[in-house]
Design a protein around this ligand. Sequence first.
Ligand SMILES: [Zn+2]
Length: 404
Amino acid sequence: MKRQLTKILDLAEVRVKSQKILDSNLILEVEKTEKTASCPRCSKVSRRLHQNHWSLIKDLPWGKKEIFLRVNRRQFKCQKCASPFSEELDFVEKRQRYTKRYALSITEQVVKSDLLNVAKQNNLTESEVQSMINQVAKMVFPLNLKGLKRLGIDEITLVKGQGKFVVVLVNLDTGKLIGVISEKKSTKIEKVLKSWGEEILKQIEEVSMDLCKQYKNIAEKLCPQAVITADRFHVTKILHEELNQGRIEQKKTAEALEVQARAKLFSTIKGTKYILLKREENLSKESKEKLSSLKEASASLQIKHELKEEFTRIFDQSKNLIEGTLNLADWLVKASAFLPKTVRTIKNWFAEIVGYFEKKTNNGMVEGINNRLKVLKRCAFGFKNFDNFATRALLHWHLPNSLA
Ligand SMILES: [Zn+2]
């Protein structure tokens, strides 16, 4: 029986000595199989038992049964130092009342749901759950960023309407969140990057970002060797905004027309925003018809739309840096009279934007991360403590399989 319980318990270094059921919980008395321990000061192996130290440690439940381990953390006396020391136990940290694997399991539940629920379901207090999360965090952080080569910087608003941005750092090769900063202050962002250490910063080959001067300055300062690339998604967004603005202006000019003509133009323009912005090849037959009557009604929208389609083709099809650069330069000449704002932005960020043709880096995954963060925020109890939120968010992407 004891041997079978030891097997089921599956903690490599201990064996079950006895078992008992108390208030429908199972209590297993366990002890390390090893008869000796080495002194943490002089590392001399000692077998002289000094004292027994029993404590009750909560472990993973077995079905609905709660499991407690009655653990003896033995104290030995070192013959060399002549002072006592406690033995190490891999599965539980000193002074903790639960096993590492139990803390990990609770943390896994919290990053998928919310703290309050997890506490309730597991018969724990909120502060117990928080302390388990902290314990796991202590073992996971600082994150191992050794393989980091392509860094993405982006921002999102987590609290709608407050205009407050949270800065999101992503490893673009693994698609994992590697940093989240409570505000868009350069000093704060730099502090996080510097905390990664010189070695990590030096190995970064590319930093991909939206069209933000501030991020560019930070990247140039801290990762001077890295190529800065502008994220394609953000360039396209600016183009789309200007194209849609053109649509809205067409509506305004319609107001000057006489009643019948106005009504006709209005109905042609109405509800065409997404038809105009979406890739033409992905439109339904009905939408395509709507698009062609819109283009018939407005010569300027026709040109702008065709420029937008060409822009997409350039980014989809250019095979290398030279081809892409030449195509984009041509496009800028054609577009300058029709999409002046987009053209100006692209000129300002030309080197970073054509960097795309070389690296083909696309921050598409960042959007997925941002969406996940919004969900996590809703679950983060209160969201008053940003550090707790950040810890939980990072753990979501970096929880290990085990803590042994
Ligand atoms: Zn010693």
